[in-house]
Ligand binder design. Structure first.
Ligand code: MG
Length: 281
């Protein structure tokens, strides 16, 4: 497979991600797909969607699970509402994640991504053990579907993530590395984090951000690719160092302004193509 094919985070219904028409207009060969709503997740829709992707020459590399009731309003809201960590929604969400894994299989995709939630930084916390247990259950379900699980990074420092992966101890559990999240959540310098978790990285987001003046307490700001504190050249060079050859998936969520979103993604594509040429030269 070609090294570092470009891609974008995309969606097929009212959820997150850019629309397929935009992906096609930007001539991108890959997408990560935000899982559609439950009613859309049928065999018939999967077949129709696959036929459309074949027509457009687009390949899905990861399907990302998201859940009703998740809020990214601020860091405490994320801790309270996102992923499989919050106890009150855990059981139902685990079932839904398994169901999304089954839909992912209908799409013939071998990776399920998700924000597992804010893994407690203290390994002795009961919530840490509970999160390990629910993640094992999801990994085992995905294994039966021939899939890996990719955890989105950023809501915990690299060391915590590594301990979590080791404790969970599943050989189909990997990382979707998002350098901007490390900054947004104040969870550590992204390049250093990438070197630490490098062996586990199976997919990545290309996203940029600036640090908050109170890291870990309030959000940093998400900004167009190349304008933030990630240092995209260093990011790509580090991906090269760790031997990552998979897709470079641009993630830019500004659904309120699709025109600006498309422009910025176009700019991101040009930047990544320049850097790819420079690094392989
Ligand atoms: Mg991301």
């Amino acid at each position: 497979m070609e090294k570092w094919p470009l891609g974008v985070f995309a969606g097929i219904d009212a959820g997150m991600g850019v629309k397929l028409e935009v992906v096609s207009e930007l001539s991108l060969p890959t997408i990560q797909l935000h899982a559609p709503q439950p009613a859309t997740r049928t065999k018939e829709n999967a077949d129709k969607f696959l036929a459309r992707l074949r027509e457009l020459g687009i390949r899905i590399t990861v399907v990302f699970a998201g859940f009703e009731g998740e809020s990214y309003a601020d860091i405490p809201a994320v801790a309270r509402t996102v992923g499989l960590v919050p106890p009150q929604t855990r059981k139902a969400r685990l079932e839904e994640a398994k169901e999304i894994s089954n839909f992912t299989r209908l799409l013939d995709v071998d990776a399920l991504g998700l924000h597992v939630g804010c893994v407690p930084h203290d390994e002795a916390a009961p919530l840490f053990a509970d999160t390990v247990e629910v993640t094992r259950s999801l990994c085992d379900h995905c294994r039966a579907n021939g899939q890996n699980v990719h955890l989105e990074t950023g809501q915990e420092p690299a060391d915590v993530l590594l301990r979590f992966l080791e404790t969970t101890d599943r050989d189909n559990l990997f990382v979707n590395f998002d350098p901007a999240n490390m900054i947004l959540y104040g969870c550590g310098e992204p390049i250093e984090a990438l070197r630490k978790v490098g062996g586990r990285v199976r997919s990545v987001h290309c996203k940029d951000a600036t640090w908050s003046d109170r890291p870990g307490e309030s959000w940093g700001a998400e900004v167009p690719l190349g304008e933030g504190d990630v240092n995209m050249e260093k990011y790509l060079r580090t991906l090269d160092e760790i031997g990552y050859r998979g897709p470079l998936t641009i993630e830019r969520e500004i659904p309120q302004d699709p025109r600006r979103q498309k422009e910025e993604i176009g700019h991101g594509i040009r930047l990544l193509n320049e850097l790819k040429a420079k690094i392989s030269a």
